[in-house]
Every structure is written in structure tokens, then in C-alpha cells.
Design a protein around this ligand. Structure first.
Ligand code: GLN
Length: 209
């Protein structure tokens, strides 16, 4: 059974742990570098990316997490977690840091100009069994994807997308990195977490010795 950490400094930790267990993994909270060493995959939950960035520095976790991500640790970031994985953040605070694990530009609170929170059904490439109920809460969207980033899902924002394909990008994968603008952990549908657990099984990243 893969052991998957949930970064537990702030945000939506418990729901992710429950969803990971439902998807067949063992979920462990990660608050210190020694706990990070023991995991084969990491979830960065939703919450508030500016606060998370600060707490990562305060808890001396930013560099250890970055080091493992750079070494290929499978990671799934949802909402604020997606922001943490980007290499460019728009509408962020000037001192906000991110891991740059995925070459993409995300805009914080992007849907918020129209509406704070909403739910909609979206198709996600690679996830069978019909549309997924996606819950967006002050969510970011993705405005640029770099080389090697696969777009897995979009939502129709009524204003098209930067690449002209229609719909804002809300789910991406780049190698061992998965990110969603929405919160799959708040529904009882574990398919996105199952997808991530499969990524972890396939990656064979193993805990650090
Ligand atoms: N707006 C938050 C941020 O910028 C993300 C919201 C969320 O994770 N639900 O970090």
C-alpha cells in the first residue's frame, strides 16, 4: 500500500487523508522534514497559498519539499496546492513562493471576479466513468502551460481560454505532478485520488533511505 503524505500546515488536510484512504493508500500528515522522507507521494491541499508559503518557510519545509519534488516525488496539488506547484503565479502577494514543479502560469482567485464558489460537471482525461463533479472555491485557473504539460480538464468560463480552445484550464498533469483548480476531496467521488494513487504506484519513487 503506497504511503502518501498530505502537507498538513494549513488547509483541507483531513478530507484529503480520507479520500486517499478511500483510494487505497495510507495517508499520513506531513509537518516536518522527517515525515516527508517517509512518503512515496505528496498531496498539497487547498487552503490559502500565501499562508502556506509563509508556513513552509517557518517550519523549514520549503526547501525539503522542493528538493523531493525536483527529485521526482509524485505530487498532487488542489486549488492552493495547484498554485504552490506553478512556476508563475499571477495576482499573488509579492513575497509568495511556489515550487515551480509544473511549467505553468496560474491566476489566483481567477473565477472570483464573477463568483466566489461554484460546482460543475467536467470531463477529466484519463478518468473513466463519466463526468466529475468539480467544486471550485476561490479557485485559480491556468493561463499558460509549458512544454510537457498535459491539459486534463477545462471548465467553460464563458470567455474562452488563452490558447483559444475554449474553456479555462482547471486540471493538468506534467510527469509525476498532478494539479486541479477544484477540490475533489470534498466529494465522495474518489476517482481523482485513485488516479493519483495509480501515479504513485507507477512512479516507484520509494521513501528516502
Ligand atoms: N484562493 C486561495 C489561494 O490563493 C485558494 C483557495 C482554495 O484553496 N480553496 O491560495
Amino acid at each position: 500500500v503506497p504511503q502518501i503524505g498530505v502537507l498538513a500546515l494549513q488547509g483541507d488536510v483531513v478530507d484529503h487523508m480520507r479520500a486517499l484512504e478511500a483510494a487505497g493508500a495510507r495517508a499520513v500528515p506531513v509537518r516536518r522534514a522527517s515525515e516527508l522522507d517517509a512518503v512515496e507521494g505528496l498531496v498539497i491541499p487547498g487552503g490559502e497559498s500565501t499562508t502556506m508559503s509563509k508556513l513552509l518557510d517557518i517550519f523549514d519545509l520549503f526547501d525539503p519539499v522542493k528538493k523531493r519534488l525536483d527529485a521526482g516525488l509524485p505530487v498532487f496539488g488542489s486549488c492552493a496546492g495547484m498554485i504552490m506547484l506553478a512556476d508563475e503565479v499571477l495576482d499573488g502577494r509579492p513575497d509568495q513562493r511556489s515550487f515551480g514543479a509544473i511549467p505553468m502560469t496560474v491566476r489566483r482567485n481567477a473565477f472570483g471576479r464573477q463568483v466566489d464558489s461554484f460546482e460543475t460537471e467536467i470531463g477529466i482525461d484519463g478518468i473513466a466513468g463519466g463526468p466529475f463533479r468539480a467544486v471550485f472555491i476561490r479557485a485559480p485557473w491556468v493561463e499558460r502551460v509549458g512544454a510537457g504539460v498535459e491539459v486534463l480538464g477545462r471548465v467553460d468560463s464563458g470567455e474562452g481560454s488563452a490558447d483559444g480552445q475554449g474553456g479555462r484550464i482547471v486540471a493538468v498533469r506534467a510527469g509525476a505532478c498532478l494539479a486541479t483548480s477544484f477540490h475533489p476531496e470534498v466529494t465522495s467521488d474518489a476517482r481523482v485520488h485513485e488516479y493519483f494513487v495509480d501515479m504513485v504506484r507507477g512512479a516507484d519513487a520509494g521513501p528516502v533511505e
